[in-house]
Ligand binder design. Structure first.
Ligand code: NDP
Length: 246
């Protein structure tokens, strides 16, 4: 459910899953705004996308810089008058590598920096862009979570993530999931849908070379949730169309 009139903003779209999501949405005819904290990296990515026929435009967006929120909202409002899709894709994984990532020794600074990007920035940027999303005929918000944000799976011995405990990252994504639930509750009855996505374990800078999914598959969940039809879900947590336990 997306066409040539659809406008999408993707944060952290200069590389990784964000860039691939921009490519796939662009191929559906969506105009993609390539959010990048360093504009030159966004310009480079947008140029590559334009080279394959995508209507891509770079936009400077450091999700940690509140000054950028207003500037981005103003630029989108001026050019398009609305925003159809917001993909909160930018994220960080700052926990020390295993085996040194114990919950009991996670530095406060790591916790705060992780929450700043993965949670507080998502909430603040979404709040700033909601007026433009409300002007869309079919607003869609996708929050890039992770299966590592699942409290149920972390508490279940033998689950896929039971022994993969990265405290700061996991709790930031659990908080993000809670934002999805709360915002979806508030927006019920509007044209806006908001969902959490687990992309899979994807070969990116964050996912590492040992990851099992290629980028093309890693962007599919974001694209699906960004293009949900009117009868699609809101307030859910998904991977490739399957519901995940919170
Ligand atoms: P990458 O590390 O490859 O890319 C992260 C992106 O986020 C980069 O574009 C980076 O920009 C951007 N970013 C980080 N901080 C900021 C900031 N302050 N402002 C703007 N952009 C910022 O990660 P992935 O593509 O793998 O991850 C994308 C999302 O998917 C993340 O939210 C991640 O948590 C989630 N995810 C990924 C998984 C995986 O296996 N890869 C698994 C589960 C979830 P820059 O290039 O400037 O650093």
């Amino acid at each position: 459910m997306a066409d040539a009139n659809t406008v999408a903003l993707i944060t952290g779209a200069n590389k990784g899953i964000g860039l691939e999501t921009a490519r796939q949405l662009g191929k559906l005819g969506v105009t993609v705004l390539v959010g990048s904290r360093v504009l030159a990296r966004g310009e480079e990515a947008a140029e590559v996308l334009r080279g394959i026929g995508v209507d891509a435009r770079a936009i400077k967006l450091d999700v940690l810089d509140p000054a950028d929120y207003g500037a981005v909202a103003e630029a989108i409002g001026k050019e398009f008058g609305r925003l159809d899709i917001l993909i909160n894709n930018a994220g960080v994984l700052l926990d020390p590598d295993r085996p040194n990532n114990h919950t009991s020794t996670t530095p406060q600074e790591v916790l705060r920096d992780t929450f700043d990007t993965n949670f507080f920035a998502v909430v603040a940027l979404t709040q700033a862009l909601l007026p433009l999303l409300r002007k869309s005929e079919a607003g869609r918000i996708v929050n890039l979570s992770s299966i590592l944000g699942s409290l149920t799976l972390h508490a279940t011995k033998g689950s896929y993530v039971y022994d993969a405990k990265t405290f700061a990252y996991d709790t930031s994504k659990a908080a993000l999931n809670s934002f999805t639930i709360h915002l979806a509750h508030e927006l019920a009855g509007t044209k806006i849908k908001v969902n959490s996505a687990h992309p899979g374990w994807v070969k990116t800078e964050m996912g590492g070379a040992g990851a099992v999914m290629e980028l093309a598959d890693g962007a599919k969940t974001s694209v699906q949730l960004a293009t949900l039809g009117e009868d699609g879900p809101s307030g859910g947590y998904f991977h490739m169309g399957e519901s995940l336990p919170w």
